[in-house]
Design a protein around this ligand. Structure first.
Ligand code: PRX
Length: 683
């Protein structure tokens, strides 16, 4: 890594699309202090990357003026804006007359309209010249590959939908999907939508315990699974986990099992059905269910600040519109694109941007079954080369892992097909952003850093690539129809530049409708901190140009000597030091300062932890942010404890930092041995 990158706040060598902001601007946003109730934001990034001219010329939204005009219209007259978008981008079985019925916190979008999601994702393309276009390009971990055209996918979805109907599944029933990343996961999701059943996809890495909890909460009557799934060359025993989960559930009456790995599994008569026996013989034609726009579409469980996972409910018309329109504009979609999102379909990113957004737009979506480092760290880049991927959408955690693995891996492959890059899931530190832009995007591709949540259904704050200049670490501007604001704990807007709570002031089509079976928790979690507005749970600040800088979860914010600091900012400072691979920062109670700063750091391979390195890192953080951010403790670890989706488990780290034995739920922890090693490092 070059020394210019290490400095973080200094501008690196200029690239053509890159310009520095003025010194005045820089000064004004440095070390801005907010009111007592807000968050102190001190990280500053001065590099700006303008949209490449060629891209802007052919873009759907090709200038900042055009973006501003559309955004203004969208928030001034949302009914008109969303009504038009819904007519232009979706096919309705019964057209809607009313756009929005808003009785806070309950929104109903297009409530008198009817549509079917699978018809929008498949049938309408099969009636066009897209019928033989690749809808899904699938890459199996062992190297096998399948391509399903829109015609193929419609046929398979119809068969699966008929099979579900044959098992007695009706509109409104819940179907749990616990599968590896194979085409059948997409087929199963769309099959549910075809008959109006709700799916609840449970990430294949969850334990049987977590699966049972989610089946019980949703009262699912069917589970669709596989014998196993490949992960880093070995097999994940999915069916075995289902069998164990079923000992703790009573609602599940039928299980459909795809044969993927061929491992031995037990099949219970009358309950368990092989996919190939049940689904394959069905008719390839299935009458779609005409769903009310507000018909429930799916449940997706996500963690809150308290223990029990929340079943986030999304409904049909609004969700599909949000996924469709955001996908189209944010990736500036072209008919010839080959798009790859590396998320798992078990997370909201997979729902909105592997399945619904791409297919509703008639795009080609790539799906990969396995681990990014199997058989080696070249796998991601080899898939891009093999399938000529033009848009890559991935997570900062994956980017940082690739940085750690070394530039020699991407350099081995031809990445010229790439034209646009995306980031999602967590704040991307400028260091990783620049690497992504230089090494993967070869300084050619814009990066869309997309901020959103399971609850929001689709992207909320993100650059539009042909219109909005990108700044490493900033998700930049609100998407159309999104009225975002930063407020203090009393709901008052904070001064420009100051940190505060990110809220959304107007309803948007793909917003969650409630928490399944728990309207009270829905109100308490999202609508009560600041009455009348949606509380995101994230801290943020906005710069002079209106760019949003997400500072991480509110519960990840530290209060050190009366100063609130975002853990992400300290992490970003640590990661900008060239020997650091990854860092997580948490608070621990401190008698003197309120909270002390504890940093967990993984070093790049080849660097050995030492007291000297601790000292250097501490100085570096002080140099980057200021003396108030000086770490109280730095601990080294081989890896950080993460959920299987790659999120660092901060609550666990907080317990470790405080010297407590953790009482937290660890069902999502990727590698328990990581925890043990972190505890041991108490020198
Ligand atoms: O804290 C924000 C962070 O991830 C949270 C939402 O997590 P989840 O519901 O699992 O959805 C992840 C995929 C959309 C947010 O509250 N987050 C997500 N994207 C970003 C982000 N933080 C900063 N920048 C992002 N681009």
């Amino acid at each position: 890594m070059s020394s210019s990158k290490q400095k973080g706040t200094k501008a690196p060598k200029k690239s053509p699309a890159h310009k520095k902001v003025s010194a005045k601007q820089k000064k004004s946003s440095l070390k801005e202090k907010s009111s007592e109730t807000a968050i102190t934001s001190m990280l500053h990034e001065s590099r700006v990357f303008n949209p490449p001219k060629a891209l802007a010329k052919n873009a759907l939204i090709g200038s900042e003026q055009q973006y501003k005009k559309m955004w203004n219209e969208s928030v001034k007259n949302p009914d008109k804006f969303w009504g038009k978008q819904a007519k232009e981008n979706l096919e309705w079985i019964k057209p809607f007359k009313k756009v929005l019925n808003w009785k806070p916190p309950y929104a109903k979008w297009f409530e008198d309209g009817k549509l079917n999601v699978s018809v929008n994702c498949l049938d309408r393309h099969c009636r066009s010249e897209r019928r033989n276009k690749a809808a899904l390009i699938w890459e199996g971990e062992p190297g096998d590959s399948r391509v399903l055209t829109y015609n193929d996918l419609l046929r398979e979805v119809s068969k699966c939908a008929n099979a579900l109907r044959a098992l007695g599944v009706k509109a409104g029933n819940r179907v749990a999907i616990y599968m590896p990343m194979i085409p059948e996961i997409t087929i199963a999701m769309l099959a549910c939508t075809r008959i109006g059943a709700m799916h609840t996809v449970i990430f294949g890495g969850f334990s049987s315990e977590a699966l049972a909890d989610r089946c019980n909460d949703s009262q699912s009557s069917v589970i669709i699974t596989a014998d196993g799934g490949y992960r880093k060359g070995s097999s994940v025993p999915l069916k075995k986990n289902v069998d164990m989960a079923l000992e703790k559930t009573t609602s599940v009456k039928n299980v459909i099992v795809v044969k993927r790995t061929g491992e031995n599994v037990s099949m219970k008569q009358n309950r368990d059905h092989w996919w190939h026996d049940l689904v394959n013989p069905q008719s390839g034609i299935c009458e779609p269910y005409a769903a009310d726009s507000e018909h429930p579409l799916f449940l997706l469980y996500t963690s809150g600040s308290t223990g029990k996972p929340k079943g986030i409910l999304h409904t049909t018309g609004g969700y599909l519109l949000g996924a469709t329109v955001s996908y189209k504009y944010v990736f500036d979609l072209k008919e010839t694109d080959t798009y790859w999102c590396t998320a798992d379909a078990g997370w909201v990113t997979g729902h909105s941007y592997i399945v619904y957004g791409p297919l509703s737009n008639g795009a080609t979506t790539v799906m990969y079954e396995g681990a990014p480092n199997y058989p080696d760290w070249g796998r991601i880049w080899s898939i891009i080369e093999k399938h000529h991927v033009s848009i890559l959408y991935t997570a900062p955690t994956a980017i940082r892992a690739c940085i750690r693995a070394g530039n020699e891996w991407p350099k081995k492959y031809n990445l010229k097909s790439l034209r646009l890059l995306g980031s999602v899931g967590e704040p991307i530190n400028p260091e990783a952003w620049i690497w992504y832009q230089e090494v993967i995007g070869e300084k050619r591709c814009p990066i869309v850093d997309t901020w959103w949540q399971t609850e929001t259904g689709g992207m909320m704050i993100t650059p539009i690539p042909g219109a909005i200049p990108q700044i490493p670490g900033s998700a930049t501007r609100p998407f159309f129809g999104i009225d975002a604001e930063i407020v203090d704990k009393n709901g008052k807007p904070v001064p420009q530049g100051a940190g505060g709570f990110l809220v959304i002031k107007k309803p948007w089509p793909s917003m969650l409708r409630t928490i399944w079976g728990d309207d009270e928790r829905f109100k308490a979690a999202y609508w009560s901190q600041v009455p009348g507005v949606y509380f995101t749970g994230d801290g943020a600040r906005q710069d002079k140009k209106g760019n949003f800088w997400i500072m991480g979860r509110i519960d990840d914010v530290l209060n050190v000597s009366g100063h609130r600091l975002s853990t992400m900012e300290i992490e970003s400072a640590l990661v900008s030091y060239d020997i650091v691979a990854e860092a997580a920062v948490v608070g621990r109670p401190d008698d003197l300062k309120g909270e002390g700063i504890v940093c967990f750091v993984t070093l790049k391979s080849g660097t050995k932890p030492s007291p000297e390195i601790k000292e250097k890192l501490s100085k570096h953080v002080v140099g980057q942010i200021g003396a108030l951010a000086r770490p109280d403790e730095i601990r080294f670890a081989d890896a950080l404890p993460k959920t299987r989706s790659g999120k660092i488990m901060r609550r666990l780290l907080r317990d470790i930092a405080a010297g407590k034995q953790s009482t937290q739920d660890t069902t999502t922890l990727e590698d328990f041995s990581v925890l043990a090693s972190l505890r041991q490092d108490e020198d």
